[in-house]
Design a protein around this ligand. Structure first.
Ligand code: CP
Ligand code: NVA
Length: 306
């Protein structure tokens, strides 16, 4: 059975726990090594990962590229606009052709149906590198960052502020799987769908008040107010302003609360500079953990974990 990683539930709670443990072990085992040095066991030697980008990326692109290299494999990185995909060749045909060349595909696109179709026609693992619906790879890195900061996931309160978007959908899904609670505070018109909240299996809810969301929270998370593919709208920015993560809002959370942001960030919009660059922010560890998380996702896809 080919293992696709389109959403967190494709792996499930036990495999995610195993992936997080593996990521931590590998991260610690190569601490201080040059970034390009291959892990001692080179578990994906001879494997090739192809990446297709229909949207911009810095972290996902470079972390997956370095992840497969550190595991002993190699990568091919393509922008969809320079492929025949960009001239109308179908996802199904692209999937079948690439299945003859490479061992796994990671795709970042808009419509989630495209990654589902890619998985349907590929005879190798397909990884969702972000769609308009979800961003599961990001959330493995976020969970890794929380664990690496000394916190256990079960029973945590995570507060989400701002737009009810793709990243929140994956956090809600993680909450249901890993038994923590998510309280999102989002303005009217930008709340997560009932389907997205249902991914939390009763552990994800949305409120109107930012203070209610952050009250006693262990982790505060936000994201850009305008996601890729969305038009810039002043009306949306105005609606979001009361949900900006500020020092005052952080003060309502637990004193040891940490701040996460998947990046790229817009200081002065979804978060103030003194919070994102302040002592409670774990954003640089979170960004680095994308690399360690991708390695475990790849190893799970190849049947080496879980
Ligand atoms: N967080 C994240 O996915 O970053 P990129 O868009 O740079 O890949
Ligand atoms: N919600 C953002 C995440 C970027 C990593 C977007 O979809 O653009």
């Amino acid at each position: 059975m080919t293992r696709h990683f389109l959403n967190l539930s494709d792996a499930g709670a036990d495999a995610i726990a195993a992936m997080l443990a593996d990521a931590l072990d590998r991260k610690n085992a190569r601490a201080g090594w040059p970034k390009g040095k291959v892990d001692a066991d080179a578990p994906l030697a001879g494997r090739v990962l192809a990446m297709i980008f229909e949207k911009n990326s810095t972290r996902t692109r470079v972390s997956f590229d370095m992840a497969i290299r550190q595991l002993g494999g190699t990568s091919i990185v393509m922008d969809a606009g320079s492929m025949q995909l960009g001239r109308g060749e179908s996802i199904a045909d692209t999937a079948r052709v690439l299945s003859g060349y490479v061992d796994a595909i990671m795709i970042r696109t808009d419509d989630h149906a495209k990654v589902v179709e890619m998985a349907q026609y590929a005879s190798m693992p397909v990884i969702n590198g972000l769609t308009d619906a979800s961003h599961p790879c990001q959330i493995i890195a976020d969970l890794l960052t929380i664990i690496d900061s000394g916190r256990a996931l079960p029973g945590l309160k995570v507060a989400w502020l701002g737009d009810g978007n793709n990243v929140l959908a994956s956090i809600a899904e993680a909450a249901g799987l890993m038994h923590f609670d998510v309280v999102a505070a989002c303005p009217q018109g930008f709340q997560p769908s009932d389907e997205d909240l249902a991914l939390g299996k009763g552990r994800a809810r949305c409120v109107a008040s930012p203070h209610e969301a952050v009250e006693g929270a262990d982790v505060i998370v936000t994201d850009t107010w305008i996601s890729m593919g969305q038009a810039h709208a002043d009306t949306k920015l105005d609606a979001m302003m009361p949900y900006q993560v500020t020092p005052a809002l952080m003060a309502s959370a637990r004193p040891d609360a940490v701040f996460l942001h998947c990046l790229p960030a817009h200081r002065g919009e979804e978060v103030t500079a003194d919070v994102i660059d302040g002592p409670q922010s774990l954003i640089w560890a979170e960004a680095e953990n994308r690399l360690h998380a991708q390695k475990s996702i790849l190893r799970w896809c190849f049947g080496q974990i879980g």
